[in-house]
Each structure stands twice: as structure tokens, then as C-alpha cells.
Ligand binder design. Structure first.
Ligand SMILES: [Zn+2]
Length: 115
């Protein structure tokens, strides 16, 4: 392999490892924080007091193209935040991997033509 192809190969292995790791934890959706009123009569949230929150909500577009979502319990917040961040990073790494693949295909075609 040429040094350039070698470096590309290393980067590809690195990307695949990282993509595999992130894919295990990635969560699809957009996080938003909401504030709510509870149902208890006389609670400060019913009047002018602050509402309860922030509560995490995840929304995403389902397979049918319809936006859906869910409320995230406190205990799951850290994992959900991490998962959504992992999804974002995953997109960037997949894009980089696809770019490498494209370069490799183009390079191969060029070498075939020259050789
Ligand atoms: Zn309340």
C-alpha cells in the first residue's frame, strides 16, 4: 500500500471502531426542556409560582414521517443526553467514513486506468 492508502486504512479502522461504540448507545431524537404544572391543588405551580422542571422531552420523526416523542424520567436523563449526543457524533463519523470510501473508489478507478 502507498503511505496515503495506509493512513486511510488506519483512519477507517479507527472510524469503524468508534462508530461501533457509539451505535451501541446512540439515541435518535431532539431533546427539549419543558416546565409543567402538576395536579396538586394549592401547589405553587398553580398560581404565580414557578412551574416544575425542567423536564426532559425527546421528540423525533417516526418511520411514517409523523413527529412523536416521550417524556424522560429523571433517572434516565444522563443516559438519554449521552445517547442523543452519540447520535450526533455518529452522523459526523459516518459522513467522514463515506468520504473515505468515495476517495478509495475514485483512487482505485484511477489506478486501474493508469495500470
Ligand atoms: Zn405543582
Amino acid at each position: 500500500m502507498t503511505p496515503r492508502a495506509d493512513a486511510q486504512h488506519d483512519r477507517r479502522a479507527e472510524l469503524l471502531a468508534e462508530i461501533g461504540r457509539l451505535a451501541e448507545v446512540a439515541i435518535f431524537g431532539t431533546i427539549s426542556e419543558t416546565y409543567r404544572r402538576c395536579g396538586s391543588a394549592g401547589c405553587h405551580c398553580q398560581g404565580r409560582g414557578p412551574k416544575h422542571g425542567p423536564h426532559l422531552n425527546v421528540s423525533y420523526r417516526g418511520v411514517a414521517g409523523k413527529t412523536t416523542g416521550y417524556y424522560v424520567p429523571k433517572a434516565a436523563e444522563a443516559d438519554i443526553r449521552e445517547g442523543v449526543a452519540a447520535w450526533q457524533t455518529l452522523q459526523e463519523l459516518l459522513r467522514e467514513l463515506a468520504e473515505l470510501t468515495k476517495d478509495e473508489v475514485m483512487q482505485r478507478v484511477k489506478e486501474d486506468r493508469e495500470g
